[in-house]
Design a protein around this ligand. Structure first.
Ligand SMILES: [Zn+2]
Length: 532
């Protein structure tokens, strides 16, 4: 972060801090260098896989760079002993390290970033519900103050565990998340979790299995076009996947797509990848395009819920250039697990109200989890109840990436000239642009500068020896919310020109009134949406 960016970063952090303090949060600073033993205790030393940076100290002991802090805060919370010490909301704004497969997009996905993560500790589920609701509301205020339009969606809890989570999203083409939204009701869910209605198919009466030759047919589409083939919705798509080293057949309808996160959530697998053609051949004796699960018993089979009860389906026969028709899924395939694996498509019916759903590209700007007792049981975070019984505390975990929210604010607030910072997080709220550097300009400029600063405005004076056009362009590019221009014509009338970056409105204001009119306007925007 260079100086202007760091000022924005700290303003974002301070807004987050202000709202978390408001719900009773207490700020900590816990380490980012963690002994492996703590992560081994929760099982996440292995579960985190390649995303975790690991190193060894001089004693050859394994260490990790913190990816998140559930384990560390739970270790501290093990000091709690009584219900009288609850509830607690603890947080810090600390650096996280993640060895991302594809770091990209400026500040959106980076390997080292500041995050506010808070953790709640409550005596019971009702307490956790209240802490979760308080964070939900605080997060909405934070995004409002950052100038980021946000909405909450149902999300996968992924590697965090726990039983409920809400992600906050802002629509942006720069994002990496697809969110399913119903235009009519409030249904919104990450595509990793979203469901939709699937129209029932008329399969007719069950028939017998029948192998048939399909020379050269290797795709769903080719089998649709093949004489005696089947339309995609009547085909079984068999994906050979490797789940934590185990070859597994994953079955979805021919015209459906697998969502890998759903597969991870359904199976608890950590490393998921498609099998190579060689691995698939070794497992099933045929090449991709001719594979199927009929009669397979040596490998686990997981099938999508949309295939339950389907008959007269067509699939690969595990022999190149052969397929089999008349498949009765329940009769002919040894399905070991049924799960929702299908990725929802735009236009399908909303699971709540049947309206055609939309899929919107979004940036994830916050994520809150109900963890329950998963970590408190592991780390011994137990307290005595009023009745004297000892119980594990109910935990919640709540994260906001600071740099990512800076980036999301820019994605939302910009035009073709540059950034349009909301006043609340602008590096400076007003820039005084001197068109000339003579005594008259410098004196008037410094007077306004001192006056604005005395009135609490974050002001900057552009007294660089540069052309006015360069100064104007820089002010627009950087995105200062207000530009106060001092030029010879205005000064002759005792006036300055005030330009609003967001609206482009320009007006001449008498120098004597400038601070008194502008400072309150800026203060109002700065605090818009603030609690209390
Ligand atoms: Zn709906």
């Amino acid at each position: 972060m260079l100086p202007l960016g760091w000022r924005v970063h700290e303003k974002v952090a301070n807004i987050v801090r202000d709202e978390i303090n408001e719900i009773g949060g207490q700020e900590f600073l816990l380490p980012t260098l963690h002994p492996a033993a703590i992560w081994q205790k929760s099982g996440r030393w292995d579960a985190m896989g390649e995303i975790m940076f690991r190193l060894k100290d001089r004693k050859n002991t394994d260490q990790a760079l913190g990816i998140t802090h559930e384990e560390i805060f739970a270790t501290v919370a093990a000091e709690l002993t009584s219900h009288k010490q609850l509830p607690q909301v603890w947080y810090h704004i600390q650096i996280k390290f993640r060895d991302e497969a594809r770091p990209k997009s400026g500040l959106l996905r980076v390997r080292e970033f500041h995050m506010k993560d808070s953790y709640s500790f409550d005596i019971d589920a009702a307490g956790l519900d209240a802490a979760f609701a308080a964070h939900d509301e605080a997060y909405r205020k934070i995004f409002q103050r950052l100038g980021i339009p946000a909405f909450g969606v149902e999300a996968s809890s992924g590697a965090m565990g726990g039983n409920a989570s809400v992600e906050f999203m802002t629509p942006s083409d720069a994002g990496e998340d697809d969110v399913v939204r119903c235009p009519k009701c409030n249904y919104a869910a990450n595509i990793e979790k979203a469901t939709s209605g699937v129209a029932a198919e008329e399969d007719g009466a069950p028939t017998d299995l029948e192998r048939f030759a399909t020379p050269g047919v290797r795709t769903i589409a080719a089998l649709e076009d093949f004489e005696g083939g089947a339309e995609a919705s009547r085909q079984l798509k068999t994906l050979v996947m490797v789940l934590d080293g185990t070859v597994t057949l994953v079955m979805v309808r021919g015209d459906h797509q697998l969502n890998t996160q759903k597969l991870a959530d359904a199976t608890g697998a950590i490393e998921i990848r498609p099998a190579s053609a060689d691995e698939a051949f070794a497992a099933l004796g045929a090449h991709p395009g001719s594979l199927g699960a009929v009669g397979v018993s040596e490998h686990p089979v997981i099938a999508d819920l949309a295939l339950q009860g389907r008959v007269n389906m067509t699939t690969g026969a595990n022999e190149d250039d052969w397929h089999v028709r008349g498949v009765n899924v329940q009769r002919d395939v040894a399905v070991g697990q049924w799960a929702d694996l299908r990725e929802v498509q735009a236009g399908e019916p909303c699971p709540v109200c049947d309206t055609a759903i939309n899929i919107v590209r979004c940036i994830e700007i916050g994520h809150i989890f109900k963890l329950g007792t998963k970590y408190s049981e592991t780390f011994g975070v137990n307290v005595a109840t009023t009745g004297g019984e000892t119980v594990p505390v109910q935990m919640g975990s709540y994260g906001i990436g600071i740099g990512r929210n800076m980036a999301a604010a820019v994605e939302t607030n910009h035009d073709d000239k540059g950034i349009v910072w909301p006043v609340s997080i602008a590096p400076y709220e007003a820039v005084i642009t001197l068109m000339r550097l003579d005594d008259e300009h410098l004196e008037a400029g410094n007077q306004i500068y001192s006056g604005l600063r005395a009135a609490g405005v974050d002001a900057l004076i552009d007294d660089r020896d540069a052309r006015a056009g360069v100064k104007f362009a820089d002010a627009e590019l950087i995105g200062f919310p207000y530009r106060i221009t001092l030029g010879p014509r205005g000064l002759a009338n005792g006036e300055a020109e005030v330009t609003n970056r967001a609206t482009g409105d320009t007006k001449m204001v008498p120098l004597a009134e400038l601070v008194a009119t502008l400072a309150p306007e800026i203060a109002e925007s700065r605090d818009a949406g603030r609690h209390g």
